[in-house]
Design a protein around this ligand. Structure first.
Ligand code: HEC
Ligand code: HEC
Length: 219
C-alpha cells in the first residue's frame, strides 16, 4: 500500500515537473509548431516590455490567460502579432503556458515614469469613475489597488501603460469583443483619449504586489 501511494506521488511529481519544464521551454524556445518564444517579447520572467506595449504576464490569473489565448484563437480578440502565435499552439501547450505564467512572480519592469499630474488624474478616475457618463470607478471591478479580483477581473497594477492604452482603444474600435457581458466595451466607449492616457499611467505606476502590512496596522 505504501509503495503504491509512493508510486502515485512520484508519478504526480514527475507530471508537475514535466508541465513546468514544458512551460519554460515554450517561453524560452517557442514550439515545434512554429510559435515564437514568448520571452522575446514578454520578458525572461514574464515582466513584459512596457515601452513596446508587450504586456506583463507574470502573476495573471490562469483562467484569465487561457481565456485570452482562446480569444486570439477564435478571433474575438484581434491582434496581428498574437493571433499567428496562438494559432501555432496546441490545446495542451496553451494550458501549459498559461499555468507557467500564472505561477510566475517577477519584479516590475523598468518604465519611464509618467507626469505626476497624469497619474493623479488617472487615480481619481480609477477610484470614483465618471458618474455623469454613468461609469463606475475601475477599482469597483479591478480591486482598489488594481490587483485584480478572481478569474474575471484582471490585475492592472504594474501593467504597461502603452498596453493598457492599446487594450482600451481595441475595445473602442471593436477589435476586442471577448469580455463577459461587454463590460469593458461599455467602459472604454465612455473614455476619451486623455482619460485613457491618464488611467493607463496611473495603473502602470502601481506596485505589482500588495505592500506587506506594517506591524502597527495589524488588527
Ligand atoms: C513578437 C512579440 C510577441 C511574442 C513572441 C509573444 N507575444 Fe504575447 N503579446 C504580444 C503583444 C503585442 C500583445 C498585446 C496584444 C494586444 O494589444 O491585444 C500580447 C498579448 C498577450 C497576451 C494577453 C495578455 C493580457 O493581459 O490580456 C497573452 C496571454 C500573451 N500575449 C501570451 C503569449 C504567449 C503564451 C506567447 C508565447 C507562446 C507570446 N505571447 C508571444 C507580443 C508577443
Ligand atoms: C463593471 C466591471 C468593470 C469596470 C468598472 C472596469 N473593468 Fe476593466 N475589465 C473588466 C473585465 C470583466 C475585464 C476582462 C475582460 C476579458 O476577459 O477580456 C477587464 C479587463 C480590462 C483590461 C484588460 C487587461 C489585460 O490584461 O488585457 C484593461 C486594460 C481594463 N479592464 C481597464 C479598465 C479601466 C482603465 C477601467 C476604468 C476606467 C476599467 N477597466 C473598469 C471589468 C471592468
Amino acid at each position: 500500500m505504501r509503495s503504491m501511494v509512493g508510486g502515485a506521488l512520484l508519478l504526480c511529481m514527475s507530471a508537475i515537473a514535466a508541465l513546468a519544464a514544458d512551460g519554460k521551454d515554450i517561453a524560452a524556445n517557442g514550439t515545434s509548431g512554429g510559435a515564437l518564444p514568448c520571452s522575446s517579447c514578454h520578458g525572461e520572467h514574464g515582466e513584459g516590455t512596457p515601452a513596446s506595449g508587450f504586456p506583463r504576464l507574470a502573476g495573471l490569473n490562469v483562467q484569465y490567460i487561457e481565456h485570452q489565448l482562446e480569444s486570439f484563437k477564435n478571433g474575438t480578440r484581434k491582434n496581428d502579432v498574437m493571433q499567428p502565435i496562438v494559432a501555432a499552439l496546441s490545446d495542451d501547450e496553451r494550458k501549459t503556458i498559461a499555468n507557467y505564467y500564472a505561477d510566475m512572480t517577477a519584479p516590475k519592469a523598468e518604465a519611464e515614469p509618467a507626469a505626476p499630474a497624469a497619474i493623479a488624474a488617472g487615480a481619481k478616475l480609477a477610484a470614483t469613475g465618471d458618474w455623469p457618463k454613468g461609469m463606475p470607478g475601475c477599482g469597483q471591478c479591478h480591486g482598489a489597488a488594481g490587483l485584480g479580483v478572481g478569474a474575471t477581473f484582471p490585475r492592472l497594477a504594474g501593467q504597461s501603460a502603452t498596453y493598457i492604452e492599446n487594450a482600451l482603444q481595441s475595445w473602442k474600435a471593436g477589435d476586442r469583443k471577448n469580455d463577459p457581458m461587454g463590460l469593458m466595451a461599455s467602459v472604454a466607449s465612455k473614455l476619451n483619449d486623455d482619460q485613457i492616457k491618464n488611467v493607463a499611467a496611473y495603473y502602470e505606476s502601481l506596485p505589482v504586489a500588495a505592500p506587506a502590512r506594517s506591524p502597527e496596522t495589524k488588527p
